[in-house]
Design a binder for this molecule. Structure first.
Ligand SMILES: NC(=O)c1ccc[n+]([C@@H]2O[C@H](COP(=O)([O-])OP(=O)(O)OC[C@H]3O[C@@H](n4cnc5c(N)ncnc54)[C@H](OP(=O)(O)O)[C@@H]3O)[C@@H](O)[C@H]2O)c1
Length: 435
């Protein structure tokens, strides 16, 4: 672990947030300004925050809204910044200790921010779910981030915080109760109420487009260990994984651990890889090839099989419509939200989600009872709850530095960067973890 360059005493801002005029960014900004009172109570001073984006006028209107909701907070400074201007990006991230970027699709806009943070030793968090881009960033910037001490944490929203921290919680509590690791873990997605924004749809389409044109990307998407640190197995020595999602096609499968017919949860594609990376970065507490899946469960028997098959057909149909340009254009013009559009405040206010994480004992330990953890919120998953997740994760990094701790350098996961303290913070802030 190297001491980060962000400790060089030159940083004006604890936190710089890029992208606050977007659908997700607006909610993140509101949460951060509101959460500054809690930060001040814990540290004895308000956080110095700044917002950056292309239009100062649009940012000013977001900032006014934040200040109306939290009038006692310190007003964030505004910095004009276009991510296409790489020298300006480098200058901006050198002014901050921690950067949040909510500018996506990340494969289109995000790389200069990661490169600049890795070089400057600035700690970084984002909301990406774009697996090929995350892998590319790790390949290109891991070594430099290790040298500069930057702690880089992609996937700090609904993908993949509930999965990553929820698995950590279930794994650790299972070990406390039974003094052994669970043999299998299943995340079962429950009810969720929320919506998508144009930025999320654009990011999903970017992954689909890239996969269509690149067999290498398709390999990355199908490989359950595509986010594993290369250093773990050395060059070419990686054992084949048996227990990951090996197909990007959603097929019904009878899951013996759950005793139910299932189909993969569509966010498993990124979440399972993040969980497997956490497992590797933590020294393989779940073994080298963890049996972890994220699913929608439809119950046993013929009824379960039929419902699972119907869900798989629906998902495949939607995927097929998105794959072909004419139908994709039709969907974009009719049902999918456009750029800058997303669920309204009222729709977000009615949102919620709940998911369960089941940890199962090995077959030879039938007396060890399975354990179930739950992650839930009465905020919509993609925006209200996501803003809490990335906002609290960022503030925690600032506070840990304030306490004199050294953050882990290089690409981390939410669980490795935040640990149990992040679970506790999120539970207080409205994203509840329990078992
Ligand atoms: N993980 C999760 O759970 C989760 C949840 C929500 C969103 N997301 C992801 O977050 C990303 C953003 O989504 P969104 O719906 O908020 O998108 P959006 O509404 O389209 O907002 C995009 C933001 O990026 C800014 N931007 C675009 N190009 C820029 C540039 N060259 N320089 C500086 N800023 C630029 C825009 O600023 P202007 O005002 O100047 O256009 C806007 O603030 C997407 O990748 C999405 O998938 C993830």
């Amino acid at each position: 672990m190297s001491e980060s360059k962000a400790r060089d005493g030159t940083r004006e801002f604890d936190l710089l947030v890029i992208g606050i005029t977007g659908v997700a960014g607006r909610v993140v900004a509101e949460h951060l300004v509101a959460a500054s009172a809690g930060f001040a109570a814990r540290t004895g001073r308000p956080p110095a925050q700044a917002f950056a984006g292309r239009s100062v006028e649009r940012m000013r209107s977001v900032r006014e809204r934040c200040m109306r909701r939290s009038p006692a907070a310190q007003e964030p400074e505004l910095i004009e910044l276009d991510l296409n201007d790489e020298p300006a990006v480098a200058n901006a991230v050198r002014r901050a200790t921690v950067v949040i970027s909510t500018v996506g699709p990340y494969s289109r806009y995000g790389s200069p921010v990661v490169a600049a943070c890795a070089a400057a030793g600035t700690h970084y968090l984002d909301l990406t779910g774009e697996l090929p881009w995350v892998r590319l960033m790790i390949r290109e910037h891991q070594e430099e981030a290790e040298r500069s001490g930057a702690c880089l944490v992609p996937c700090c929203g609904f993908d993949s915080v509930p999965s990553d921290l929820g698995v950590m919680l279930a794994r650790d509590e299972f070990r406390t109760r039974h003094e052994l690791a669970p043999a299998a873990i299943r995340l079962v997605m429950g009810a969720a109420d929320g919506g998508f924004s144009g930025g999320t749809v654009a990011s999903l389409l970017t992954v689909i487009e890239t996969a269509r044109g690149s067999s290498e990307t398709r390999t990355v998407l199908a490989d359950p260990d595509s986010l594993l640190p290369e250093s773990v197995f050395g060059s070419g020595a990686r054992p084949p994984a048996r227990n990951g999602t090996r197909s990007v096609i959603s097929r019904p499968r009878f899951d013996r651990s759950l005793g139910a017919w299932t189909v993969p949860f569509f966010m498993a594609l990124i979440n399972e890889r993040v969980v497997r990376r956490s497992n590797a970065l933590s020294g393989f507490p779940l073994g080298q090839d963890p049996d972890y899946r994220e699913v929608l469960a439809f119950g046993p028997g013929i009824g379960g099989a039929v419902r699972a098959a119907a869900a798989a057909v629906g998902t495949a149909l939607f995927g097929a419509l998105l794959m072909f340009s004419p139908t994709r254009r039709l969907l974009a013009a009719t049902v999918l939200p456009g750029p800058g559009k997303g669920p309204s405040q009222a729709e977000r206010g009615e949102g919620s989600f709940r998911l369960n994480i089941h940890a199962f004992p090995p077959a030879e330990q039938p007396n060890s009872a399975p354990l179930t953890a739950e992650v839930s919120s009465n905020r919509d998953p993609g925006y209200g709850a996501t803003a809490i997740m990335i906002g609290e994760a960022a503030l925690l990094l600032v506070e840990r530095l304030e306490r004199g701790e050294t953050l882990p350098a290089g690409f981390q996961t939410p669980a490795c960067a935040g640990g149990q303290e992040l679970i506790d913070r999120l539970t207080i802030a409205g994203v509840r973890f329990k078992y």
